[in-house]
Design a binder for this molecule. Structure first.
Ligand SMILES: Nc1ncnc2c1ncn2[C@@H]1O[C@H](COP(=O)(O)OP(=O)(O)O)[C@@H](O)[C@H]1O
Ligand SMILES: [Mg+2]
Length: 410
């Protein structure tokens, strides 16, 4: 959870770097369904996240056959954490210039249990900034706790709450919350935590390195996103004993151990209510194998009907991915996720002509390589043999469960 794991920090060279004319004001990325760092929107086609050098190097050395299944890597920016005259915090990205950033080694992983959510009051990033002409349709999200709603009462954020599509959080007890907010509740939570961390570290202005990645949901008007943590093991080879033990426990107590996959986050557009339904990682961690199957069903259900047209496109991508990963000897994708994406409004036309319809667009992408390794990568001492069996098991489970749901609902 600690941001020190995920950031490289240098001192900001104020005059050269923090020049508003050249900067891009980052906004919270509203379609973040999982993860712990705050994903930011850089432009319509690009998201950015705090840089971990392992992940950066991994993207830079991806085998060509995996590129179809990963976001395009777009480089690095320096991000400044700036308060504006109203006391609001802005994250502003500038072109990365090596000499302007101290480039320390990744700080050692801090190994303490997840921090309790801070209730310290905090001004939020101004998402309505003039220097960013972001015209994306803004759904309204329904929040997961009163803390986040408090935040949303910030006058600046009221300005962006003009979307027509609400979101709803389905919490661990399957109760709908009635609070309405502008972002996926998980995105809001991560963003708030990150600002807290950056604020407590930022006694003086600093530059943070962020990774620029293709926004893989940008083709989708109403993106339905499923984040699946893949594999039977989540800790990297460099994890401390305590961290490894915690991660192993989470695997043992979830479908990771049995199926090689667990739900880490989800949003799915509901045609009947006009909401996105959202699940978070805590919900996903508590699911049994049967619960996992039901969550997959829910991901493919728009509140009115099961999207049967999605089975084949998703299955064929998953099968292709299995065949690619089976050839990646020594690769291990610990703690990485698989995103599945489709459009919640891209419906087959009524009238039985579905067979002639083009297949709906779906996407399947691997993300989050902060703990990945392969033979010869960096100075990694542990070398693994053969393909990532845990990951492949997760893909095979996913394929069988989808086939089962398809067959049961012919
Ligand atoms: N390239 C991307 N395009 C669109 N959404 C993304 C992309 N990468 C990540 N996300 C969103 O952000 C979330 C967290 O991403 P991840 O890389 O796993 O972060 P972390 O390192 O904090 O775990 C994902 O669940 C997904 O919703
Ligand atoms: Mg992640």
């Amino acid at each position: 959870m600690c941001v020190c794991q995920t950031m490289e920090v240098g001192q900001c060279v104020k005059s050269a770097v923090c020049d508003r004319g050249r900067g891009v004001l980052l906004e919270p990325f509203i379609h973040q369904v999982g993860g712990h760092s705050s994903m930011m929107r850089y432009d319509d086609h690009t998201v950015c996240k705090p840089l971990v050098s392992r992940e950066q190097r991994f993207y830079e050395s991806l085998p060509p056959e995996m590129k179809e299944f990963t976001p395009e890597y777009k480089g690095v920016v320096s991000v400044c954490f700036e308060g504006d005259s109203d006391g609001y915090i802005n994250l502003v990205a500038y072109p990365y210039v090596e000499s302007e950033c101290m480039d320390p080694e990744d700080p050692p992983e801090r190994d303490h249990p997840r921090r309790k959510h801070s209730r310290r009051s905090l001004h939020r990033t101004n998402s309505n900034a003039a220097c960013n002409e972001h015209k994306e349709e803004r759904p309204i999200l329904t929040g997961e706790n009163s803390d986040s709603v408090q935040e949303m009462k910030s006058p600046k954020l009221e300005l962006v709450m003009h979307s027509e599509v609400p979101f709803q959080m389905l919490d661990g007890n399957s109760e709908m919350s009635s609070e309405r907010i502008s972002f996926n509740p998980w995105s809001l939570r991560c963003h708030k935590q990150q600002l807290n961390r950056m604020r407590s570290e930022s006694k003086e202005r600093k530059l943070y390195k962020f990774l620029l990645l293709e926004n893989v949901v940008h083709h989708f008007k109403f993106p339905c996103v499923l984040d699946l943590k893949m594999g039977t093991r989540q800790h990297g080879d460099d994890a401390s004993e305590e961290k490894a033990a915690r991660q192993m426990k989470k695997c043992e107590q979830s479908t990771s151990a049995t199926l090689g996959v667990r739900v880490c986050g989800m949003q799915v557009f509901q045609m009947d209510t006009g909401h996105y339904l959202c699940l978070n990682k805590y919900y996903g961690r508590g699911l049994s194998a049967e619960g996992f199957r039901q969550a997959l069903y829910q991901y493919l259900h728009n509140g009115v009907q099961l999207r049967k047209d999605l089975f084949e496109p998703i299955l064929s991508k998953l099968r292709r991915l299995v065949s690619v990963l089976e050839t990646q000897a020594s690769y291990r994708f610990y703690s990485s996720s698989l995103l599945i994406i489709y459009d919640g409004r891209d419906l087959p036309r009524p009238g039985g002509a579905a067979a002639q319809e083009p297949a709906p667009k779906v996407d399947v992408r691997m993300i989050d390589f902060a703990h990945s390794t392969y033979k010869g990568f960096r100075d990694d001492l542990t070398v693994h043999d053969g393909p990532d069996k845990g990951y492949v098991l997760g893909l095979r489970s996913l394929i069988s469960i989808l086939e089962l749901i398809r067959d049961e609902n012919q």
